[in-house]
Design a protein around this ligand. Structure first.
Ligand SMILES: Nc1ncnc2c1ncn2[C@@H]1O[C@H](COP(=O)(O)OP(=O)(O)OP(=O)(O)O)[C@@H](O)[C@H]1O
Ligand SMILES: [Mg+2]
Length: 215
């Protein structure tokens, strides 16, 4: 299964989600063979995980033509982090993917800014990858607010072709703190609220894709 994290908007949490997702999958029972392809020349994922390698996780740098790298890989799960503001690289990754996750921050301005990403994903689905599943992931909700529902409803109304994941990620220090040590939020503190929401994200992806890979 190939999952790309895509958004033309910068700073929405693509790399944070990519790292936490792939590390959570790497830590599942049976230790599946997973890969993280960093298609961003900023190398956020590669530099964050440098020196924190795991046996069943392989890291690849593919800032140019990531599809050429991805098509050669045989891992059970491949997570691709993509750059902002680069149509070509992000969409080359999306064209190869089973699932694209589009993180979106909870502000009307950010919701509006999703238009270019959604349009491009619709074109990719129509022309190159008819089986592609796309989902919004609302990220950085302030804990104890009701904003998540309102943002999800707005996204669903404006972009009916991209469903919104039920799981939302809140704005939590743990997402920053854990990465200082090259750890996922689950590895950092498996009882934390952040760990629980990443666990829930995994379950929802599993249900969405109906794969036996991530039991
Ligand atoms: N749920 C969260 N809680 C707290 N901080 C977060 C959360 N998600 C992301 N951040 C922080 O937001 C900033 C941007 O996140 P990140 O680098 O993952 O975004 P990005 O979309 O990959 O950015 P770019 O477009 O530049 O690649 C980082 O400082 C990160 O620690
Ligand atoms: Mg990034």
């Amino acid at each position: 299964m190939i999952i790309s994290i895509v958004s033309q908007k910068g700073g929405v949490g693509k790399s944070t989600v990519a790292i936490n997702l792939v590390l959570a999958m790497a830590g599942l029972p049976g230790k599946p063979d997973v890969a993280l392809v960093d298609a961003d020349e900023q190398r956020s994922c590669l530099d964050t995980l440098a020196g924190h390698e795991r046996g069943n996780l392989t890291l690849y740098a593919a800032p140019d033509k990531p599809h050429k790298t991805i098509e050669k890989l045989k891992h059970r799960v491949i997570v691709v982090d993509t750059p902002p503001h680069s149509h070509e690289v992000a969409y080359q990754a999306a064209a190869m993917s089973d699932l694209v996750i589009v993180p979106c921050q909870p502000s009307p301005l950010d919701v509006r800014a999703m238009a270019t990403t959604v349009k491009a994903l619709e074109v990719i689905r129509e022309k190159f990858n008819p089986g592609l599943q796309c989902r919004f992931l609302v990220n950085r909700i302030t804990p104890r607010t009701t904003l998540a529902n309102e943002i999800s409803e707005t996204l669903e109304r404006i972009y009916p072709t991209v469903p919104v994941l039920e799981t939302v990620l809140h704005d939590r220090q743990a997402y920053k703190q854990s990465l200082l040590s090259g750890l996922s939020v689950i590895e950092y503190d498996k009882r934390s609220p952040a760990a629980q929401e990443i666990g829930q994200l995994l379950l929802e992806i599993n249900a969405t894709m109906k794969v036996e890979t991530i039991k």
